[in-house]
Design a binder for this molecule. Structure first.
Ligand SMILES: NC(=O)c1ccc[n+]([C@@H]2O[C@H](COP(=O)([O-])OP(=O)(O)OC[C@H]3O[C@@H](n4cnc5c(N)ncnc54)[C@H](OP(=O)(O)O)[C@@H]3O)[C@@H](O)[C@H]2O)c1
Length: 248
C-alpha cells in the first residue's frame, strides 16, 4: 500500500544534525522528496548526496532561519523544483541554558531569533503556497520545555511555549485551506543540542542528564512520520514524548 509520505515534498530546517537529520533519513526512506536547510552546508550536502546520489529527490539549501529571505528561498526552491510543498518541518533550534541572573542576553536574543522567529519565518514562507494548493502541513518542534519550565531554562522554555501557542493559533486559523498543524515536543534525545550550552557548570549537568536518559534521534523521526502518514482528514495536533526513563 502506498504510504501518505511517499512522494510528498518536505522541507526541513535544521537538517544538518540531530533530529532534523534523523527525520530526513526516515522520510527519505519512506519516499519523500526533501529540501534540507541549515547553515553547515558541507554536512547538509553530504546528507543530501547520501540520501539521493542522483540529486533528484534530496536538495541541500544553505539557510540561516534568522534571515527571512533565506527561509523564503529554501521554501521557494522546493516549489520551483518539485512544484509544491506538502510539509514544512520547522525544527532548527538551540538551547543555551543559563540562570536568568547571569544575563546572557546574547543567548536570549539567539533563542528568540532561531527558536521562535525562525518558526515564524518558516510559516511566512510556506503558508501562501499551502493556501494556493489548498493543502499542507506544518510540523513545529517544541519540547517538554514547551510544557513545563525547568531551572535555568526560562528563556528556552519561553520560546518553546511560544512555539506551541503559535502553532495552536495557526491550526485554528488555517482550516479554510485544509492545512494540518502538528507540534512535536521531544524529551531528551541524543543530538548535538547540548553543545549549544555555553555555561560550563550547566553544560556538565546537561551532559550527565543526557548520558543517563537520552534516546536516539530516530524516536523523533518516527513521531514526525506518524503525524505525516495519517490520512489527510486526520490532523495530529500534538505529540509529546520522553525517554521511558526520563522523569522531569
Ligand atoms: N535533542 C533534544 O533533547 C531536544 C528536546 C526537545 C526539543 N528539541 C528541539 O529539537 C530541535 C532540533 O535540535 P537537535 O536536538 O536536533 O539539536 P542539534 O543536533 O544541535 O541540531 C540543531 C539544528 O538546528 C540548526 N540551526 C541552529 N541554528 C540555526 C540557524 N540560525 N539557521 C538554520 N539552522 C540552524 C543546526 O544547523 P546549523 O548549525 O548547520 O545551522 C542543526 O541542524 C531544536 O528546536 C531543539 O530545541 C531537542
Amino acid at each position: 500500500m502506498r504510504s501518505n509520505i511517499d512522494g510528498k515534498v518536505i522541507v526541513i530546517t535544521g537538517a544538518s544534525s540531530g533530529l532534523g537529520e534523523a527525520a530526513a533519513r526516515l522520510l527519505s526512506a519512506r519516499g519523500a522528496r526533501l529540501v534540507l536547510g541549515a547553515r553547515r552546508t558541507d554536512r547538509l550536502q553530504q546528507l543530501a548526496d547520501e540520501l539521493d546520489p542522483s540529486g533528484q529527490r534530496a536538495i541541500a539549501v544553505a539557510t540561516d532561519v534568522t534571515v527571512r529571505e533565506q527561509v523564503a528561498h529554501l521554501v521557494d526552491t522546493a516549489v520551483q523544483t518539485f512544484g509544491r510543498i506538502d510539509v514544512m518541518v520547522n525544527n532548527a533550534g538551540l538551547m543555551p541554558l543559563a540562570p536568568i541572573e547571569r544575563l546572557a542576553v546574547g543567548d536570549w536574543d539567539r533563542m528568540i531569533d532561531v527558536n521562535l522567529k525562525g518558526v515564524l519565518y518558516g510559516i511566512a514562507a510556506a503558508l501562501p503556497h499551502m493556501q494556493r494548493q489548498m493543502s499542507g502541513q506544518f510540523v513545529n518542534v517544541s519540547s517538554v520545555a514547551g510544557h513545563k519550565v525547568m531551572l535555568n531554562g526560562a528563556v528556552y522554555s519561553a520560546t518553546k511555549h511560544a512555539v506551541r501557542a503559535l502553532s495552536e493559533g495557526l491550526r485554528q486559523e488555517t482550516k479554510a485551506w485544509n492545512i494540518r498543524t502538528t507540534i512535536v515536543s521531544p524529551g531528551a534525545v541524543d543530538t548535538e543540542l547540548q553543545g549549544s550550552v555555553t555555561e560550563p557548570d550547566i553544560a556538565r549537568g546537561m551532559r550527565d542528564f543526557y548520558q543517563a536518559v537520552a534516546i536516539p534521534a530516530d524516536a523523533f523521526a518516527r513521531a514526525v512520520a506518524f503525524a505525516i502518514e495519517q490520512p489527510e482528514d486526520m490532523d495530529v495536533n500534538e505529540i509529546l514524548f520522553r525517554p521511558t526513563r526520563q522523569v522531569p
